[in-house]
Ligand binder design. Sequence first.
Ligand code: AQP
Length: 339
Amino acid sequence: MAPTFTPRVFSGIKPSGGLTLGNYLGALKRFVETQDKGTEAVYCIVDLHAITVWQNPADLRHATRELAAGFIASGIDPEKSVLFNQSQVSAHAELGWIFNCVARMGWMGRMTQFKEKSGKNSEKVSLGLFAYPSLMAADILIYHATHVPVGDDQKQHLELTRDIAAKFNNDFGVDFFPLVEPVIEGPATRVMNLRDGTSKMSKSDTSDMTRINMTDDADAIATKIRKAKTDSEPLPETSEGLEDRPEARNLVNIYAALDDRPVADVLREFAGQGFGAFKPKLAELAVAKLAPISTEMSRLMQEPDEIDRILGRGAERAEAIARPILEQTYDIVGLVRSR
Ligand code: AQP
């Protein structure tokens, strides 16, 4: 009989730039809701993923601490949830290697994110960028996590995580790794680029006008929303009316997610109004919700030693869960441990 795994949540964010509204609505805000439901949760700043593309070392250190500040300022309590940066728990990289030997080249080659990020340059990108999803599987499975809250862009990587777990279990005749459940919920599972409603808002996009950063001030937020691409139609009465209007849909989804309301409810309020009326309301709401977070992030960033202490303590707690699972994995694979 297959074992039952205790529910445990894992998720991570890359310190490959500043936090965006997409990271906040698609991931962070939902991490806080999960924590507040009382489920055991492990949240990781996945710095080893960030270096799959070039990162200036000083910028990486800053982004790692700023991301930690973003988690805490958004409501992650490092006493309740485990919060740390990936490179401080070497079991991630160790299990990642085992999974490199389980995953198949063909599986990796089909990953949309790899295709998008490597573009026409696939010969020149790092080997790490290609192997990234197998390290991501290790990040999750080293905790025997059962649920992973993510944005929609990570769906394919989570399917691969299930494939890796299933192949490992099958190859070694065990029921050791759980088949994780992606948790992709809410109106903002894919926040889109403000200048192009068909591509995702991303922290590493070369144009700052495409995204709202969690550290943007009220003026920057208002300007970016005012300049966001839209169409000339008024807002419709129901969400079906947004189907062929990606930019309009994106702004309505952002409004609904920020205000914790269903899209239908937002449309009931704004139906018939144009963007001249809607955008200032959205800017007002975004500033009201994001300003307290960015103020708290700045305050926390005044004390980098305290952030490092929190990450170090989180890494110790993470290690205590991960190490025994890694050792059992080594035993299953047949690697001799004699010290
Ligand atoms: N636009 C988005 N809408 C909803 N969710 C999003 N996430 C990212 N962008 C959006 C979710 O945030 C979590 C952390 O993602 P990540 O930083 O580890 O990687 P990413 O998805 O590649 O994010 P970026 O901003 O696009 O980073 P870069 O530009 O460096 O690649 C995940 O749960 C993700 O779904």
